[in-house]
Every structure is written in structure tokens, then in C-alpha cells.
Write a protein of this length. Structure first.
Length: 305
């Protein structure tokens, strides 16, 4: 995710980090070059362009296309924002467990259980992070689990498997009288909330915006930008390529930005900073355990990963 102060005029004109321009530049350059060819052909062979449509039809079509682009980008941003809220809820639940488990299992007698339970929360978050970015879930979780618990590769969901021993140990503590059934129910709800967060992330990850929306926008934007110089060359002349380049940058830029927001768990500059949020969870749990804390993630040239 790009985090930077409000840009100045110079920054707006020349900033590339976080801009969509590098992705759409080949398309914009190609359409601009095509516009130059159309204008040159119109200047050299005016008889080949006996009728010019003017800007009227393109204004109406451009308005409809911009509305549809806005609809698709709003849908993609809703996915991005929902994903951010889900990971915010994960941090909330983590902080709650970091407070609740030490309070309910105090003293040296429960030190091993307390430590193992909290480390499983980091294991769950690490495995979830890996699954959302196509990493190795079992390997990500293994760094925080015992050798017996780290064998997760054969499980249908290694992420969910990290929560089973957590709940099992808490149930054993209830049966031993360390915590009451009421307190166990409180902790069980928090574990269930973690499972709900995992399910919400998987829903966002595996349910993209319908492909028909993307296809319709992409196809219409191409047709519009290819026909636009034909309609403008008669009235704008050699200014046509500049106008077409601006329109192409706007339409294809919005389309590319929507593609990034549609997959909020990816590694593009405008995707969510999952690495930084995972580090927040690690620091929260390790602080509750009294262990040394890793440094917080910082933005690298305005890019927080």
C-alpha cells in the first residue's frame, strides 16, 4: 500500500511510485501512435474522411463508459475495504487474546500453556498470510509451533488446523479446573471469530468480480479509444493525439487500478500491507509473552508491503 503525504503539483506530475502509469504506458503509447497515423492520413488524404462524427457521439459513449468504469471500480474498492476491515478485526481479536489468555492463565503453573496458546495465534495469522499470497501455509506456521503440531501439510486447511490444538488445550484447562466453563466459552468464541475471519478472507480471495464486467469495460475502452481519433482529427488536427492520450490514460488507468483493488491480498503497490499487519500481530503476541520484539514494518520509498 502506498503511504505518502499529500502530493505537491510537481509530485503529481512526476511521481511514479504508486502510480498506475507504468502499467498502462504501453497501451497509451500505442493508442497515441495510432492517433498520429489517423491524423496524418486525414491530412494527406482528406477524401478518405468524407464524414466526421465530431465529438457529440463520443461524448455520450464516453459518459456511459465512465459511469460503468466507476461502478466496477467501486465494486473493486468495496472488496479492498472489506479485506482491510477483516484484517483489522483480526488485529482486534489478537489483542483481545493477548490480554485475556495471560489474565485467565496466570502464574508459572500455566506458563507453558499460556505461551503455546499465544504462539498458535501467530501461527494462525502467519498461515493465513501465506495462504492469501500463495505461499506455503505449513512452513509459515511451523516457525511458531512445536514439532508435533507443525505437521500440517496433509491437512485440508493448514490455517484452520493451527486453531485445533489451541482449543483442545483450553478445553483441557477447563476440565482440569484452571478456568471455568464460562471463561472457556469466552475464549471459544474468540477462536471462532478467528475462524470467521479466515472464512471471510477466503471468500474475498476466491470470489472475484464477475469476468463479464471486466471484459465489457476493457473491450469498450479499446473500441472507444481506437475510434476517438477518427472523430476528433477533423476538428482538433494535430492536437488529437494529446486528447486521445489523456482519455486513454484515464480509462485504462482506472481499469488497471480496478484490477489491483480487485485482489486486495496481492503484492501490487496499491494492495493491502499484509506484511506490516502480520508484523503488528507478532509484536502484540510477543509483547504479551515478554519476548524481544521485531521492529515494526516501515514503508520503503512510500510502499508499505
Amino acid at each position: 500500500m502506498i503511504v505518502r503525504p499529500r502530493p505537491t503539483l510537481i509530485t503529481v506530475l512526476f511521481a511514479l511510485r504508486g502510480s498506475i502509469l507504468p502499467q498502462v504506458a504501453p497501451t497509451v503509447i500505442g493508442i497515441t501512435a495510432f492517433s498520429v497515423v489517423v491524423v496524418a492520413a486525414e491530412q494527406r488524404w482528406p477524401w478518405a474522411f468524407p464524414v466526421t462524427a465530431g465529438v457529440g457521439p463520443f461524448t455520450l459513449i464516453g459518459l456511459a463508459l465512465s459511469i460503468f468504469l466507476s461502478f466496477r471500480n467501486n465494486a473493486c474498492y468495496d472488496r479492498w475495504w472489506e479485506a482491510r476491515k477483516v484484517w483489522g478485526s483480526l488485529i482486534v481479536e489478537t489483542r483481545g487474546l493477548a490480554r485475556t489468555i495471560p489474565a485467565l492463565l496466570p502464574g508459572k503453573d500455566h506458563a507453558a500453556l499460556r505461551r503455546a496458546s499465544l504462539l498458535r495465534v501467530i501461527a494462525f495469522t502467519s498461515a493465513l498470510h501465506a495462504s492469501l499470497r500463495d505461499g506455503d501455509e505449513a512452513q509459515a506456521a511451523a516457525a511458531w509451533l512445536s514439532e508435533d503440531e507443525a505437521a500440517l501439510r496433509d491437512r485440508p486447511s493448514p490455517v484452520d488446523a493451527t486453531l485445533r490444538p489451541l482449543l483442545g488445550d483450553l478445553a483441557a484447562a477447563m476440565r482440569a479446573g484452571a478456568i471455568t466453563d464460562v471463561l472457556f466459552g469466552l475464549l471459544e468464541r474468540k477462536v471462532s471469530d478467528l475462524c470467521a475471519i479466515q472464512t471471510a478472507c477466503e471468500r474475498i480471495r476466491h470470489t472475484p468480480v464477475p469476468f463479464a464486467y471486466t471484459l465489457l469495460v476493457y473491450r469498450t475502452a479499446w473500441l472507444y479509444c481506437l475510434f476517438l481519433p477518427v472523430g476528433l482529427s477533423g476538428s482538433l488536427g494535430w492536437a488529437t493525439p494529446f486528447a486521445v492520450a489523456l482519455v486513454a490514460y484515464t480509462f485504462f488507468g482506472l481499469d488497471a487500478l480496478g484490477d489491483e483493488l480487485e485482489e486486495p491480498f496481492g503484492t501490487a503497490p496499491n494492495d493491502l500491507p499484509l506484511d506490516a499487519m502480520l508484523r503488528t500481530v507478532e509484536r502484540t503476541i510477543l509483547d504479551a509473552l515478554g519476548d524481544p520484539l521485531p521492529p515494526p514494518m516501515a514503508a520503503d520509498r512510500y510502499w508499505l508491503r
